[in-house]
Design a protein around this ligand. Structure first.
Ligand code: SF4
Length: 173
């Protein structure tokens, strides 16, 4: 089936072509290597910073819709294993999304404060475990609801949405 071509330029900004057919491999490769060599867990910062930098460049959710390896990963799993339950309405509410964002970002910050003084190995491992837990929730959401249900309340998606709002407001002012 031919896939609808998506524009390479959105709101005057150049977007990269989608790599989400295969970017799930990055998630698996990262986790596999980092489980063997823990400092590689720090690559998780790249996963967190890329959507933020992309949104700050005025490209809104380009990372989410064209690049995100985790989004691609959960999409792949959810398209094969899916129960198709109806997602509870509260999960899309702003309050829930903000609460989840605050809990996850807060725990991530506390974790860094605890583990950074213990060195690269411990910090890499902590970042990896944190990301693995988040990915497990994302996969579970994809199996229970729609394949990319997690993207509705993902803290990084929430962050990029807020940044997109700010950049649009700045352009309007
Ligand atoms: S919402 Fe989160 S998991 Fe989904 S594509 Fe965006 S950054 Fe990736």
């Amino acid at each position: 089936m031919s896939r609808k071509k998506r524009p390479l330029s959105v709101e005057g900004k150049k977007w990269v072509p989608s790599i989400q057919d295969w970017s799930w491999i990055i998630t698996i490769a990262w986790m596999a290597v980092a489980n063997v060599w823990k400092p590689f867990g720090l690559f998780g910062f790249v996963c967190m910073l890329t959507p933020i930098i992309t949104a700050a460049s005025g490209r809104g959710k380009m990372h989410c819709s064209r690049v995100c390896p985790r989004g691609s990963f959960i999409g792949k799993i959810g398209s094969h294993i899916n129960i198709g339950l109806k997602k509870p309405g509260f999960m899309t509410s702003k309050n829930f999304r903000f609460a989840l964002w605050a809990i996850m970002m807060g725990s991530f910050a506390v974790m860094l404060v605890i583990f950074i003084p213990r060195g690269l190995y411990a910090t890499g491992n902590a970042v990896l475990v944190f990301m693995e837990i988040a990915t497990a929730f994302a996969v579970l959401s994809g199996i229970l609801f729609t394949p990319r249900a997690w993207c509705t309340y993902c803290p990084m998606g929430f962050t990029t949405e807020r940044i997109r709002g700010l950049t649009r407001k700045r352009q309007r002012d």
